[in-house]
Ligand binder design. Structure first.
Ligand SMILES: *Cc1c(COP(=O)(O)O)cnc(C)c1O
Length: 430
């Protein structure tokens, strides 16, 4: 016990320490293109690893169920104030442990058991928490769904209006995990009001774009806005709810004691740090680069003969139809082939997919993480050509060797997290 408060993880737990070092090296030496991922700053990382993890702070600032919360109040108030400032919202709850829990709290607030929700079809880009039969949202509520138009592969708002009139939902849910186009929150708000429904806009993926005005904000048009804090917003893993003052007390009650116990104060502190970063001027330049990079990646892949779902992208991600009615390979095969050359993407269904979700016809590619490393359109062009080469010839050892060299060359030019490797040999191996 002598070293309990002093010993480093490398001495205390070599197994876990080595796994952490291996993960630092994996993230550094590969090209991370999963659209929901990002790399947080060293400041955010440090804040997560602080003694706030020890603190119980059930309740809200100045109204806690535990003593000793004066500094917990400082960080939670800072996170709340900054979130409100970023999004121009009247109320923010920064306690949800994740995006899913933020959504659960809103559904608990807006709905009674058995009420109807109208959400975007999962296979058209929606999220599990928007009504999937195995999720609480599909188990506790009646579900109707809407999707994209077969020709344009974009949300069909006339169809959505019709679906809303047919299903008469209490809550209309918009926002997506795999939708590359701008979402018209104003129109969705109008549709909801025309049938007497409230709206939850889940901006988990596009929060960083909304924060910087590069995607229209749902805040003026939707009763509830939820997001994760770890995707384009580039904070710690977690959730956030924004709403108007009239729903503030109900939302707070739904989060705690409704669906959670004690808040993760160390994570809330890290949210505050990330929100502070998002309020700086360079955050907008970063988000603009994310969009520019996605556009160039889409153009490069299209020029190499791959089909881009909906014909392009307005945001941080693109969906690539790699199957192309049997002319290409499945998403599953593409994901694995790219993984072998240290390019990380995920297989993804495309609208009206003929393949099962676990096989899928597409891959989803996002630029937030690589843009954080400093990569720009030149790198995207090079990366797009490498991805296309692998998809066209997934079995070719010559292509694999060439692409692996390309990945090593690019990643070496954009280092991350100096000082994060704990063991000397790990550093020399990297
Ligand atoms: C990622 C995501 C979530 C869930 O976030 P978790 O933190 O993984 O629970 C919710 N909604 C959408 C649209 C998402 O993309």
């Amino acid at each position: 016990m002598d070293n309990f408060f002093a010993a480093d993880i490398a001495t205390v737990d070599p197994l876990i320490s080595r796994a952490i070092d291996d993960e630092v090296r994996r993230q550094t030496n590969g090209l991370e293109l999963i659209a929901s991922e990002n790399f947080v700053s060293e400041a955010v990382l440090q804040t997560m690893g602080t003694v706030f993890t020890n603190k119980y702070a059930e309740g809200y600032p100045a109204k806690r169920y535990y003593g000793g919360c004066e500094y917990a109040d400082v960080v939670e108030n800072a996170a709340i104030d900054r979130a409100k400032e970023i999004f121009g919202a009247e109320h923010a709850n920064v306690q949800p442990h994740s995006g899913a829990q933020a959504n659960m709290a809103v559904l608990m607030t807006a709905l009674d058991h058995g009420d109807t929700i109208l959400g975007m079809n999962l296979s058209h880009g929606g999220h599990l928490t928007h009504g999937h039969p195995l999720n609480f949202s599909g188990i506790n509520y009646k579900v109707a769904d809407y999707g994209v138009n077969k020709e344009t592969e974009q949300i069909d708002y006339d169809e959505l209006q019709k679906k809303a009139e047919e299903s008469r939902p209490t809550l209309l849910i918009c926002g997506a995990s795999a939708y590359p186009r701008t979402i018209d929150f104003e129109r969705i708000g109008e549709i909801a009001r025309s049938v007497g429904a409230k709206v939850m806009a889940d901006i988990a993926h596009i929060a960083g774009l909304v924060a910087t005005g590069l995607h229209p904000s749902p805040v003026p048009h939707c009763e509830f806005v939820t997001t994760t804090t770890h995707k384009t917003l580039r904070g710690p893993r977690g959730g956030l709810i924004l709403c108007r003052e009239e729903f503030a007390a109900d939302i707070n009650r739904s989060v705690f004691p409704g669906v959670q116990g004690g808040p993760l104060v160390h994570i809330i502190a890290a949210k505050a740090v990330a929100f502070g970063e998002a309020l700086r001027g360079d955050f907008k330049a970063y988000q603009q680069q994310v969009i520019d990079n996605a556009k160039v990646l889409a153009e490069t892949l299209a020029a190499a003969g791959l089909r881009i779902v909906s014909g392009g992208t307005d945001n941080h991600l693109l969906l690539v139809d790699v199957f192309m009615d049997g002319k290409g390979i499945t998403g599953k095969v593409a994901e694995k082939a790219l993984d072998e050359v240290h390019i990380t993407v995920n297989k993804n269904t495309i609208p009206f997919d003929t393949q099962k979700p676990f096989v899928a016809s597409g891959i989803r590619i996002g630029t937030p993480a690589l843009t954080t490393r400093g990569m720009k359109t030149d790198e995207m062009r090079q990366i797009g050509e490498m991805i296309a080469a692998i998809i066209h010839e997934p079995e070719s050892e010559a292509v694999k060797t060439r692409v692996k060299q390309g990945v090593a060359e690019i990643t070496a030019r954009f280092p991350m997290y100096p000082g994060r490797l704990k063991r000397e040999e790990a550093i020399s191996a990297a």
